[in-house]
Design a protein around this ligand. Structure first.
Ligand SMILES: CC(C)(COP(=O)(O)OP(=O)(O)OC[C@H]1O[C@@H](n2cnc3c(N)ncnc32)[C@H](O)[C@@H]1OP(=O)(O)O)[C@@H](O)C(=O)NCCC(=O)NCCS
Length: 178
C-alpha cells in the first residue's frame, strides 16, 4: 500500500522511527477527498510498530510528530479508520458531519486542526486514495507471513479495505514528503 501511494505521488507524509540503527516503525498520510469539496485533509495510514517495540510510545510519537508536520504544511485535518480507544488520546473523535461509506461510524475518526469553537468541520462522505483499495500485495521474500502483515482496517472486513495506522520511539526521520 505504501508503495502504491508512493508510486502515485500521494505519499504526503511518511515518517520512520529508528531505534539503535533499526527502523522500528512507520506512518503514512495521503490526501483524502471530501464530498463538500473541502481541501487540505489527509488520511492516516498505514501505521505500524515492530511487535517487539510496541507499547513503548513509538506509535504515539509518530502520530504526534506527523500531525504537527501536516499542520505546518497547511493541512486542515486528518481522518482515519481505527480503534477509538487508541486514537482519542490524539484528539480524534467520531465526526457527526463525516462518513466513510462501508465503514462503521464508530471506527471512523477525524481531527480538524482548527480547534477554535467556531471552526467548521467539512461535511459528507470521505474517500481515501485508491491505493487503499489494493486487495492483494505482491509476494515478498522477507520471510514475513502474510498473516503477520499489517492489513487495512486491522484485518476487519468492512468491504473495500481502507487505512491502517501506526509506529515509533527513538529518532523520527522523514522518509519523504510531497
Ligand atoms: C497500533 C500500533 C501502531 C501502536 O503502536 P505502539 O507503539 O504500540 O503504541 P504506543 O506505545 O504509542 O501506545 C500504546 C498504547 O496504545 C494501545 N493500543 C495499541 N494498539 C491499539 C489498538 N489497536 N487499539 C487500541 N489501543 C491500542 C495500547 O494498549 C497502549 O495503551 P496504554 O498506553 O493505555 O497502555 C502498534 O500496536 C502496531 O503496529 N500494531 C500492529 C499494526 C496495527 O494494528 N496497525 C494499526 C491498524 S492496521
Amino acid at each position: 500500500m505504501v508503495d502504491a501511494l508512493r508510486n502515485a505521488g500521494a505519499l504526503s507524509v511518511s515518517l520512520v522511527a529508528e531505534l539503535d540503527g533499526k527502523i522500528v516503525g512507520h506512518i503514512a498520510f495521503s490526501p483524502v477527498t471530501i464530498a463538500d469539496g473541502s481541501e487540505g485533509w489527509y488520511g492516516l495510514g498505514p501505521i505500524s510498530v515492530t511487535p517487539d517495540e510496541q507499547r513503548r510510545g513509538i506509535g504515539s510519537m509518530l502520530i504526534r510528530a506527523s500531525l504537527e508536520r501536516l499542520k505546518k504544511m497547511g493541512g486542515k485535518g486528518c481522518a482515519l479508520v481505527g480503534d477509538p480507544a487508541y486514537y482519542v488520546r490524539f484528539g480524534f473523535r467520531n465526526p457527526p458531519e463525516l462518513i466513510h461509506e462501508g465503514v462503521p461510524q464508530d471506527v471512523f475518526l477525524a481531527l480538524g486542526f482548527d480547534q477554535r469553537p467556531k471552526a467548521k468541520m467539512p461535511r459528507g462522505s470521505v474517500a481515501f486514495h485508491e491505493a487503499f483499495l489494493v486487495k492483494a500485495w505482491p509476494s515478498r521474500s522477507d520471510g514475513v507471513a502474510e498473516s503477520d502483515r499489517c492489513r487495512p482496517f486491522c484485518g476487519q472486513d468492512f468491504g473495500p479495505p481502507l487505512p491502517p495506522f501506526f509506529f515509533g520511539d527513538g529518532r523520527i526521520e522523514t522518509e519523504e514528503e510531497n
